[in-house]
Design a protein around this ligand. Structure first.
Ligand code: ATP
Length: 204
C-alpha cells in the first residue's frame, strides 16, 4: 500500500467576494507524478499556492509528509519546491549565481552550496551554461533554470504551475524526461496544466 505525501482535507479558499476552492479534499501518493487538470479559472493556481503554504485558506488542512503546512510553514517550505506560473528569474544573474541565490535563500549551509549548484545544474541539463546570464537563455532553458531553483534544496515534493506553457514540442518532451528523472530519484510531483497530451507522457 502506498503512503500519502500530500493530504488536503476540506479546503475552502475565498478571494474577496469569490469562493475559489470549495471543500477540496485529496490525497497524493508518495513517489507519484500527479496531474492537476482544469480549465482556466478552475482554481489550480490557488490550490497549489494553498498546498505550498503561500496562501491561508478560510478552512481546511494541508499536510505534507505528515506536517501541517499552516502550523509549520517554514518547515513545510523546506520539504517543498514551488514553480509559479510566472516563474521569476533575475536576468542579469548567471545560471550559477541564480542557483546559488536559491540555495542561500533556502538556508543551505555555506559549505553545501557549491555542491547543490553543481548537482542541480547537472540534473537540469544546464552544466555547460553555468556562466551564461539567465536573460540570454532560451525559454526552455529558463524554465529548466527556474525548476532548478525550485529543487535546489532537494525537496520531497515539487509543485509546478503550468511548467510547459510556451515551450515547443521538443522542450516539452525534454521537460517530461526531467520530471521522470526527478520521480526516479524519489521526488513526488504535482503538475498543473490544461494540455492533456503532455500530461499523458509523464503522469503516473
Ligand atoms: P489558469 O488555468 O487560468 O491559470 P487556475 O485554474 O489556475 O486558472 P486560479 O488562478 O486559481 O485558476 O483562479 C481561480 C479563480 O479565482 C478564478 O475564477 C479567478 O478569477 C479567481 N481569482 C484568482 N485570483 C484572484 C484574486 N486575487 N482576487 C479575486 N479572484 C481571484
Amino acid at each position: 500500500m502506498s503512503t500519502a505525501i500530500i493530504e488536503v482535507a476540506d479546503l475552502t479558499f475565498d478571494y474577496p467576494g469569490f469562493r475559489a476552492l470549495n471543500r477540496v479534499s485529496l490525497s497524493i501518493d508518495a513517489g507519484s507524478v500527479t496531474a492537476l487538470v482544469g480549465p482556466n479559472g478552475a482554481g489550480k493556481t490557488t490550490l497549489l499556492r494553498c498546498i505550498a503554504a503561500l496562501e491561508t485558506p478560510l478552512s481546511g488542512t494541508v499536510r505534507v509528509a505528515g506536517l501541517d503546512v499552516y502550523e509549520s510553514p517554514r518547515e513545510a517550505h523546506r520539504l517543498m519546491g514551488y514553480l509559479s506560473d510566472n516563474f521569476g528569474l533575475y536576468s542579469d544573474l548567471t545560471v550559477a549565481q541564480s542557483l546559488e541565490y536559491a540555495a542561500r535563500a533556502q538556508g543551505l549551509p555555506g559549505a553545501a552550496v557549491a555542491q547543490a549548484v553543481a548537482t542541480t545544474a547537472q540534473r537540469m541539463g544546464l552544466a555547460d551554461k553555468l556562466g551564461k546570464a539567465a536573460g540570454t537563455l532560451s525559454r526552455g532553458q529558463r524554465q529548466r533554470l527556474a525548476i532548478g531553483q525550485a529543487i535546489i534544496h532537494s525537496p520531497q515534493v515539487l509543485l509546478l504551475d503550468e511548467p510547459a506553457s510556451g515551450l515547443d514540442p521538443e522542450a516539452r518532451s525534454s521537460l517530461a524526461h526531467v520530471f521522470k528523472a526527478l520521480q526516479a530519484q524519489g521526488m513526488s510531483l504535482l503538475v498543473s496544466s490544461h494540455i492533456l497530451a503532455e500530461l499523458d507522457e509523464y503522469s503516473t
